[in-house]
Design a protein around this ligand. Sequence first.
Ligand code: NAD
Length: 367
Amino acid sequence: MAKAYKIAVLPGDGIGPEVMAEALKVMAKISSTGGVIFEYSEQLVGGAAIDAKGKALPAETVAACEASDAILFGSVGGPKWEKLPPDEQPERAALLPIRKHFGLFANLRPAICYPELTSSSPVRPDIVAGGFDVLCVRELTGGLYFGPKRTENLPDGDVLAVDEMVYKKSEIVRIAHVAFKAARARKKKLLSVDKANVVRNSVLWRETMKEIATQYPDVELAHMYVDNAAMQLIKMPREIDVFVTENLFGDILSDEMGAITGSLGMLASASLGKPRADGTYFGLFEPSGGTAPDIAGKGIANPIAQILSAALLLRFALGMEKEAAAIEAAVRTVIESGLRTGDIFTGAAGTRKVGTREMGDAVVGAL
Ligand code: NAD
């Protein structure tokens, strides 16, 4: 009998619904090949939820996510909701509470620059020749962003602002395991990025990484200070396979990596919670980019980031490695065939500009 999985589908705003439709076509193709049924619960989130229900994250959306094996997320936000108070804005009021509610502590962002798309990268051609594939693993629920904060007016008239960077060893241990397992499934090389020459959190981070490394003797662990890593990732992206780092450093470095791939429309991400007994994770899977209001509704957005997010969902949440790899291979085939949405179209010989739907259909066709 076919195995059934429940998936909460949260398209969100802007290009979210357009690119989600293409990812669901790809998922339909996977289930049509047999052995698996996807039961979707499509829910409102972000600006669309504010308009319809007065809240960016309605209770029924949370309930549907709780009842699911994974969340496939589009993106939220846009000019229409920018005047709301910061705490009511779609991203802050929807995405952060979901991460917190489900304890999604591990953020995985594959930064892939395909050999055919290196001309989109702002980095020198000889550095990115042949493309690169770096996996960024970022701790997502600790550190500076979640530590105590205060702003204080001092008696002398000055103003003090404090954000505490807080990590418990257990929080470092759990992200270390995610990173070592990811590295083990790739080239068995893990780079841990910290600032252990200055920051106490980083001293604990480095000691803990070394300790956990003893459980993964097949994975080679190296360490680098974050300032150096920011340079080396740009100077030699082909030399680094997987890196792991804390929340703030990861926020900055993963965006840097996204930028040097040259195309936001191609980048997927996975935010994972505690591993289940079978090694899979509950998680939220979404494109790295936002709602692209400048092109929303025009049918020209690149659906690949959303499609690759669905592939990550299959791999990490459902343990369907073969199917995930098949989607990734289909995307490569389509890129090799020369199809390009506007964001990755340079007019190069042998390429053709297509819209969102045609790109989605091509991936389905290549599967
Ligand atoms: P953005 O990522 O939406 O867009 C930046 C640029 O990249 C735009 O030119 C856009 O057209 C392009 N782009 C992004 N995704 C693309 C795709 N799939 N295909 C083709 N081009 C694509 O960033 P922004 O303009 O700073 O933000 C717009 C809105 O999205 C804001 O409201 C922001 O808060 C929100 N946002 C949401 C998320 C999220 O939901 N996770 C993340 C980032 C931004």
